[in-house]
Design a protein around this ligand. Structure first.
Ligand code: ARG
Length: 459
């Protein structure tokens, strides 16, 4: 039989396969609360403008609350032949309240309806990402505060570079996640305009009040161009882009955790709550959560690429291609929220092995730069020359199988006669990090300042 929503022009219903490819109710039912909120705001506005009687508007408002509770209690009869959440709700509303339900779609189209529903949903996800990131930043700040002066190796090329502090390393992630948070805040601000009232694409001849619906739904203002309103999915793309960058940061720390928790590094111990064992190797404690977090960016970035690809060739305004936006964003959002929660738990639970970190910090000639700096400061050598002298000392230590502080003074003087006994002070890792007092540097005092700044900012 022909469709009850537009059957007038149709002699037959759709092919079963047409229904399968066309229906979105299987996934867009997640928009039910937003759809009902949008419809309630629309009905109230129609009544306020005299387009709908108060009696009808009241019936609609009540009926939509009934629909809401049916959905939330699992008693809603979802019907695939009704395609999507919008038609499912409208049809059920009409069953409940009769003719008033048929008047709800006045001055509206599914094009502006889905645009407003989806924006409301993505806006909520921005809020969820912002609070998830805040919790994660707090977990990193707690680690940073505990280990503001714990020395560990800093790496470039994953080769020991210079000693740094645990707190400094933790705060590096706080900076990243703070930028991520501001990207979600930014995107939220930009998306907070209401497309409802754009109708199909051209606006409507009914005397609607778009300011009223915008305000009722918590938007700053209505969108200014009806064509753009129904064809724009920038808000979803921005959410995905911000999610991708966040997931990339999660993945980088996940990679560090995988390395750090290995038997070769032993920088951290992950708690039992965030690891798994092996069914054959009894000694194993695998960092599965970290590995999965490293992999999750694949899904989120994949969703981002998918939506860009969906949107890039679409002539204005709405095309059904755009129905493919939702599963991508739903999956990316679910993945991101799960990832943020998992990382927050893991960071909260992980234990740094202070002694291992310190030993590792002292190996690999990590204070070679301190030695070169000493030659510049104390002996007046040009830096390039100091670099060369230090390189010769490193080669000497390496061939003797010792670290820099283990060379004797006479061995050092064999390379440069001006070297004095007090050079040994700068070869210690504690002194090395303490000396890195430049703003943004790794010195424990600097780290404590930043911890204090973040604690104040995060409340
Ligand atoms: N289910 C549709 C979507 O997700 C709703 C909009 C349908 N509009 C239309 N003109 N067919 O995009």
């Amino acid at each position: 039989s022909a469709n009850q929503m537009w059957g007038g022009r149709f002699a037959s219903g759709p092919d079963a396969i047409m229904q399968a490819i066309n229906a979105s109710i299987g996934f867009d039912q997640r928009l039910y609360a937003q759809d009902i909120a949008g419809s309630r705001a629309h009905a109230a506005m129609l009544a306020a403008q005299g387009i709908l009687s108060n009696k009808d508007a009241e019936a609609i408002g009540e009926g939509l609350l009934t629909v809401l509770s049916e959905i939330e209690t699992g008693n809603f009869p979802f019907r695939v032949e009704l395609e999507d959440i919008h038609l499912n709700i409208e049809s059920r509303l009409t069953e409940i309240v009769g003719d008033a339900g048929k008047r709800l779609h006045t001055a509206r189209s599914r094009n502006d309806q889905v645009a407003v529903d989806f924006r409301l949903w993505v806006r909520d996800q921005c809020d969820a990402a912002i609070s998830g990131l805040t919790a994660l930043m707090q977990a990193f700040v707690t680690q940073a505060e505990a280990g503001a002066d714990w020395v560990m190796p800093g790496f470039t090329h994953l080769q020991t570079a210079q000693p740094v502090t645990w707190g400094h390393h933790m705060l590096a992630y706080v900076e990243m996640f703070a930028r991520d948070r501001s990207r979600f805040e930014d995107a939220r601000r930009r998306m907070n305009e209401c497309p409802l009232g754009a109708a199909a694409l051209a606006g409507t001849s009914f005397p609607i009040d778009r300011e009223m619906t915008a305000k009722a739904l918590g938007f700053d203002r209505p969108t200014a161009n009806s064509l753009d309103s129904v064809s724009d999915r920038d808000f979803a793309l921005e959410f995905l882009a911000a999610s991708s960058i966040t997931a990339m940061h999660l993945s980088r720390f996940a990679e560090e955790l995988v390395i750090w928790s290995s038997a070769q590094f032993r920088f951290v111990r992950l708690s039992d709550r965030w690891t798994t064992g092996s069914s054959i190797m009894p000694q194993k404690k695998n960092p599965d959560a970290a590995e999965l977090l490293r992999a999750k960016l694949g899904r989120i970035l994949g969703a981002t690429v998918a939506l860009f690809t969906i949107m890039k060739g679409l002539a204005l305004t709405y095309s059904k291609d755009m129905q493919e936006d939702k599963e991508q964003v739903f999956d990316a959002a679910d993945t991101l929220m799960l990832g943020l929660a998992a990382m927050t738990g893991m960071v909260g639970d992980m234990t740094a092995n202070r002694e291992t970190l310190k030993t590792a910090a002292a190996s690999g000639f990590s204070t070679a730069t301190d030695l070169a700096d000493w030659l510049v400061r104390e002996l007046g050598l040009p830096f390039r020359e100091a670099h060369h002298v230090t390189g010769t000392l490193v080669a000497l230590a390496e061939s003797a199988g010792v670290d820099l502080p283990d060379l004797t003074l006479s061995q050092m003087q064999g390379v440069h006669p001006g070297i004095r006994d007090d050079v040994f002070a700068v070869l210690g890792v504690e002194n090395s990090v303490r000396s890195r007092m430049s703003y943004g540097g790794t010195a424990p005092d600097r780290v404590r300042e930043q911890v204090a700044r973040w604690k104040a900012a995060l409340g």
